[in-house]
Design a protein around this ligand. Sequence first.
Ligand SMILES: CC(C)(COP(=O)(O)OP(=O)(O)OC[C@H]1O[C@@H](n2cnc3c(N)ncnc32)[C@H](O)[C@@H]1OP(=O)(O)O)[C@@H](O)C(=O)NCCC(=O)NCCS
Length: 178
Amino acid sequence: MQVWEYTAKDGRSITVREAKVGDAKHLHAGFKNVVEEHMWLPTFTPNSHVSDWMNWIERTRHTREALIVAYIENEYAGHLSLQPEEWHASQHVAKLGIIVRKDCRSIGIGRSLMLSGESAALSKDYTKIILSTFDDNEAARNLYDSLGYRIVGIRRKHFNMPKGFIDEVLMEKELVDE
Ligand SMILES: CC(C)(COP(=O)(O)OP(=O)(O)OC[C@H]1O[C@@H](n2cnc3c(N)ncnc32)[C@H](O)[C@@H]1OP(=O)(O)O)[C@@H](O)C(=O)NCCC(=O)NCCS
């Protein structure tokens, strides 16, 4: 089991590790809470159940999917997912998703998850990460930009959210030179 240790901006310790089945309830609740903010994800209702998260975590043991979870002093703080692209010829490409609990944001959890995610991606033989975010998600855009993700396209008015039409910003990063 891979484990990564970091220090938050407020001095607390952050532990990031591969998710275990026992984390499912936290991942489920964390996702549900972010969906219910109706701000950052293009999903309106969290249809998944804890059992779906248990199955997903289980799958990461024998597939190239990955789920990693961050704890700040033993409290769930957020998680990150990696999923392979569908195409045979794009199996080196992982799609990344990330959420951080609302009351744990802007203290370094997102950056810790992203750094660990890149390391987890390399160990699952991915050499490129793709992701997308809402145009108005300043925190996410700053985070990705600071880690070297580049914008490769913008889908205009791609999401019709409660806050109005939102552009989708597509970003990517190659993890190895050449
Ligand atoms: C986007 C998100 C993952 C960032 O995680 P985080 O833990 O808040 O980010 P960090 O504290 O690690 O900050 C990393 C960088 O993000 C940027 N950032 C963080 N909070 C910010 C804010 N409130 N405003 C602007 N930039 C911000 C900064 O560039 C920061 O770098 P710095 O520490 O050098 O200043 C988190 O805010 C989140 O989960 N938001 C809701 C769900 C979501 O948007 N998921 C991503 C969908 S694409």
